[in-house]
Design a protein around this ligand. Sequence first.
Ligand code: PML
Ligand code: MG
Length: 237
Amino acid sequence: MKYSVKMRASKNIDDKDLHIGGAEKIIDESELLNVVNKLTLRGLNHSRGDADFINLKINKVFEEDIIKVKALKTRTIDVKDSNEGLSVARDLLTSMGISDAQKVIDLLVNTNNMRGAIILNILDFKRMESDKEKGVRVTNMDYDKNKDVEVKNHRREALCLATKTLNAKAIIGEVCISDDPNYVTGYVASKNEYIRITKLKEKGDYRGGRIFLFDPRLDTIENTINYLENQLVVVYE
Ligand code: PML
Ligand code: MG
């Protein structure tokens, strides 16, 4: 028997909920208590701050409901600073057919404190999430092996999330800046690859987030959000 475990941690600042971090696992029953323990510790000691509130959700899952997806291939572009990084990201988005890539970058650099991602319609640049404060949180995914439970491995967890996300019919791209103030590498992903860019912000900046590029000609927004939130996906490398 397998279980899905989701952890989400937040902090209360001036009566506002500050998003700290989260994690997703799909594991065997024998690992459950161990994983719950380790994810709780991760929520308690995060570089965005120590949590006041940790939400753990455990669901039994059925093997036959899980789809297997191969991880996107990865490459890294080295840049000297975040200005150069953002301009590389903009050019990659343009090469993916985004008509006003600067608009996407401007939206992303001003994103702050969201639990989930922004979904942007690539035809009219309108946001598609019903809750604009939370965004859409991609859940129910993990690797088949070598799962990192103890400490956050930014690159591997982001690759898992991007692989699931880009496997949605109507998501044609993603751009991400980490909201971890100590982590400045971000990425642009397409259906074919996950391109890391070594600096998309300066150290110490708490801002960050994700934008998914949605092509409404390929699927409905309802199917897309349902897939991102609920479809069980295991990623193999
Ligand atoms: C996050 O903080 O969740 C985003 C991490 C981005 C990782 C980019 C990379 O190193 O490949
Ligand atoms: Mg995070």
